[in-house]
Design a protein. Structure first.
Length: 468
C-alpha cells in the first residue's frame, strides 16, 4: 500500500471533536504524544503510515477517506467562485485561499455551497423576470456534474471493474460488437436485434428486460452501437459498483440517481473500450492525437475526448483536461472537468470562443489559446460532431465539442505545435458567459453582467448598447 506524503490536520481535528476528545485523549488512543497530535492538526507534520493505520483502527474510518486529497479541486472552485462580481474587487490571494483550505476546509466548502445556492437563486429570479418558469432546485445535470467534479472525473472502482470486464482479453475493435452480442446472450440470455429506424422512432437503444432483448437503431454507426452494448453489459454486470458510488455520492431523488447511474455506466463503457494503461500510453505516444486514438480503439471522436478527461489515476495521470459540448444555440449539453477551468452551467458559452466558429467549418479541428478574466490561460481545440439522424428533420444535426487544458500542458498536445507560447497576444480574452463576465468594451456582449454596472453615457456609443 503506497501512501503519499499527506497533511490531514483538519480531518484529524474533526475526528477528535466529533468524539469530544482533547488532544491528550487522542494522543493516548493513538499511542503518540500530545505535541505530535498538535503538529498533525496544524499541518506541521505529515501522517506516517503507522499512525494512519492506527487512526483507521481506533476510530473505525477508512484510511482512504483520510488521505483523499480534494484540495486542488476545491481550491480551483474557490478561485472561480471568487471571480463572481458579487465578491467585489478585494479578493483573497492564492496563499490566503490555500491557508483557508489547510485550516478551515469546512468553512471553505460552506462558502462554495453558499455561492452555489446564490447562483441558483439568481438564475431562478432571472427566469422569473423573463417570464420563464423558475426551477425550485438544482438541475439533475448539475447534481451529477458536481459528483463527477468531486472525484476529479475519475472513478478508480469503475476502472478496476473495466479491467475485470475485459479479463485481459485483447479484442480487436472490429470484433467487439460480435463479442458483446455473444457475452450478453451467454451470460444473460439477451438477444441483440438491429432495428430499422422507422420501427424505433425517437430511440437509439431499447432494452426490454422482460423479453430479454436489446433493440439497436440502424441510425447509429458501428462505434455507437458498440458503446451502447457495452453500456448495457456494464450496467448488468457491475450494477453493485455503480449503485455504491451513487449512494456514497449522497444523491437524493429517483431522477438524480437514475441520471447518475447512466453517466457512471457510460464511464464504465468508455473504460472497457479504451483500457486505462493502454489508452494513456497511446495518448502520450501520439501527443493526444484524437483522430488517431479514435481509429486505434474503434470509438468516435467525442468518446475519445471524453475518455481523455478521465485519465487522473494517482501515479499515472494524463494531461488534466476539460470537455464541453454545445448545440447550435450555444446551450451547454454536456460538461466534464478535471481542471480549474470554470465551465458554464446555464446559457451559452462565450461567443469569442472558437467552439461556436466550428459550426461554420464542420469536422475541422480549431485550436485556440484563451484567457479568462482572472488571467488564467488555457489551450483548447474545438470540432463539430454529428448526431444520429432518426428522420429527415434531424439531418445535419451537429453539436460542437471542445477539449482544453491549462496552457502549461499545451506543449504535450500535437495541436499546439508551431505556436509561440511566449507571445503576449496569443490568447483570446474570453469569459464564462456574458452574465458572469466582468470585461468591459467587449463587442460580443449580449447581456448585462450580474451585479456589475457598466458605464452608460447618452453622449457616447460604445461597442454595444450595454455600455458607453
Amino acid at each position: 500500500m503506497r501512501v503519499r506524503k499527506t497533511f490531514v490536520g483538519p480531518r484529524l481535528r474533526q475526528l477528535r471533536k466529533e468524539r469530544a476528545q482533547s488532544q491528550v485523549d487522542m494522543a493516548k488512543a493513538l499511542g503518540v504524544s500530545a505535541s505530535y497530535v498538535n503538529l498533525l492538526e496544524s499541518n506541521q507534520r505529515s501522517l506516517s503510515l503507522a499512525v494512519l493505520l492506527r487512526v483507521a483502527e481506533v476510530y473505525g474510518v477508512d484510511w482512504r477517506d483520510l488521505v483523499q486529497d480534494d484540495a486542488p479541486t476545491t481550491l480551483a472552485d474557490l478561485r472561480n467562485a471568487l471571480e463572481d462580481p458579487v465578491f467585489g474587487a478585494d479578493k483573497p490571494d492564492l496563499q490566503e485561499l490555500r491557508a483557508a483550505l489547510d485550516h478551515s476546509p469546512r468553512l471553505a466548502r460552506t462558502l462554495l455551497g453558499l455561492h452555489r445556492s446564490y447562483r441558483t437563486l439568481s438564475e431562478q429570479l432571472l427566469l422569473a423576470t423573463e417570464g420563464g418558469e423558475a426551477p425550485s432546485y438544482q438541475s439533475v445535470e448539475t447534481v451529477v456534474h458536481d459528483l463527477f467534479r468531486r472525484h476529479r472525473n475519475h472513478f478508480d472502482a469503475l476502472e478496476r471493474a473495466a479491467e475485470r470486464f475485459r479479463a485481459g482479453e485483447d479484442i480487436a475493435p472490429d470484433e467487439v460488437y460480435a463479442h458483446l452480442k455473444r457475452r450478453l446472450a451467454d451470460r444473460f440470455g439477451i438477444e441483440v436485434i438491429p432495428t430499422p429506424t422507422r420501427e424505433l422512432p425517437h430511440t437509439l437503444r431499447d432494452y426490454d428486460e422482460a423479453a430479454g432483448r436489446i433493440r439497436l437503431s440502424d441510425a447509429m454507426d458501428y462505434p455507437n452501437k458498440v458503446f451502447q452494448l457495452t453500456h448495457v453489459a456494464g450496467l448488468l454486470e457491475y450494477r453493485e459498483v455503480i449503485d455504491r458510488i451513487t449512494a456514497e455520492g449522497g444523491l437524493e431523488g429517483a431522477r438524480e440517481q437514475a441520471r447518475c447511474r447512466v453517466e457512471l455506466a457510460n464511464y464504465l463503457a468508455a473504460a472497457v473500450l479504451m483500457p486505462y494503461e493502454i489508452f494513456l500510453e497511446e495518448a502520450e505516444a501520439s501527443a493526444y492525437d484524437i483522430d488517431h486514438l479514435a481509429a486505434r480503439f474503434g470509438v468516435s471522436f467525442e468518446q475519445a475526448c471524453h475518455r481523455l478527461t478521465t485519465l487522473q489515476r494517482d501515479g499515472a495521470q494524463g494531461v488534466p483536461l476539460f470537455f464541453v459540448r454545445i448545440d447550435r444555440a450555444g446551450n451547454v449539453t454536456k460538461r466534464f472537468n478535471a481542471t480549474s477551468f470554470n465551465l458554464a452551467q446555464y446559457g451559452g458559452a462565450c461567443p469569442r470562443w472558437d467552439i461556436h466558429q466550428s459550426f461554420a467549418m464542420p469536422g475541422r479541428i480549431l485550436p485556440q489559446f484563451v484567457e479568462l478574466p482572472d488571467g488564467a490561460q488555457y489551450f483548447t481545440i474545438s470540432r463539430t460532431v454529428d448526431r444520429p439522424a432518426l428522420d429527415r428533420h434531424s439531418h445535419d444535426h451537429r453539436l460542437a465539442v471542445t477539449l482544453g487544458c491549462a496552457i502549461e500542458h499545451a506543449p504535450k498536445l500535437i495541436y499546439a505545435q508551431g505556436y509561440q507560447l511566449g507571445d503576449p497576444g496569443l490568447a483570446t480574452p474570453i469569459g464564462i458567459n456574458c452574465r458572469l463576465c466582468p470585461r468591459q468594451h467587449c463587442p460580443q456582449r449580449a447581456q448585462q453582467p450580474l451585479h456589475l454596472d457598466l458605464p452608460i453615457d447618452e453622449r457616447r456609443r460604445g461597442h454595444t448598447r450595454f455600455e458607453s
